[in-house]
Design a protein around this ligand. Structure first.
Ligand code: C5P
Length: 230
């Protein structure tokens, strides 16, 4: 599996995302579609962007009972996305059901990854009733994800090495929280540069605002690819 840069297309309308993607003439970046855009525009936005030749990571972070999960995943698989995700907190049984639903009649399927512990939560978020250190919880979820047969997890580039050590080099780490050395951090807390993410072993970096809000998004994307993929 080659390393790649995924652009988080956090726009809330089809018009905006299409105008953004049309700036790319010579390359077809891997695109992340999140809840905001998907709920605003529906499955058609996936077909449209796919039709433009982009790979798609559909970031809906699903979490439900296994039966519902399996059926929902079968629908997403039919949409021909390249990567989608669930919450590891849904248990191994739920993740296995997701894999089953995702697998097509010919045995092919999109990549399936899991969210471990949301980075917006921490040890002090008492209502979660987590009595273990948060990094132990993250690694426990990562192990469960691997044992359920999924392809990898979303994590910080700073956790990528540890995840690979526990789950193997082939287990994918998809890492947001990436900023250029001379860029604006915004609301992200623990950030790394694309070059540092590469050094730490990330397989895919997810980059939003440093590309989408750049004066020249194509140049910013190329800079990410150059630093991360080389
Ligand atoms: O604009 P920025 O580069 O911060 O965008 C990062 C993307 O990755 C956003 O779509 C955000 O929702 C997502 N993400 C994240 N941290 C996580 C999981 C997802 O930043 N732990």
């Amino acid at each position: 599996m080659g390393k790649d840069v995924i652009i988080a297309c956090d726009f809330n309308s089809k018009a905006e995302v299409i105008a953004f993607l049309e700036k790319f003439k010579d390359e077809k970046p891997f695109v992340k579609i999140g809840m905001e855009l998907f709920y605003a525009e529906g499955p058609d936005i996936v077909r449209t962007i796919k039709g433009m030749g982009h790979k798609i990571f559909l970031d809906l972070k699903l979490h439900d009972i296994p039966n519902t999960m399996k059926k929902a995943m079968a629908v997403l698989s039919g949409l021909d996305v390249d990567m989608c995700n669930v919450h590891a907190a849904g248990t191994k049984g739920m993740m296995q059901a997701a894999l089953e639903g995702l697998t097509r009649a010919d045995g092919s399927r999109p990549l399936l990854i899991a969210v471990t512990q949301l980075t917006s939560t921490d040890q002090e978020t008492m209502e979660l009733w987590i009595d273990k250190p948060i990094d132990e919880t993250v690694m426990h979820y990562a192990k469960n994800t691997m044992e359920a047969g999924l392809d990898g997890v979303v994590c910080s580039p700073l956790e990528a090495g540890k995840v690979h050590a526990v789950c193997g080099e082939k287990f994918l780490t998809i890492t947001p929280g990436v900023r250029f050395a001379d860029g604006d951090v915004g609301d992200q807390k623990r950030v790394t540069t694309p070059a540092k993410a590469k050094e730490l072993g990330s397989d895919y970096i997810v980059v939003g605002r440093p590309i989408t809000q750049a004066a020249d998004p194509v140049a910013a994307y190329r800079r990410c690819v150059e630093e991360f993929v080389g």
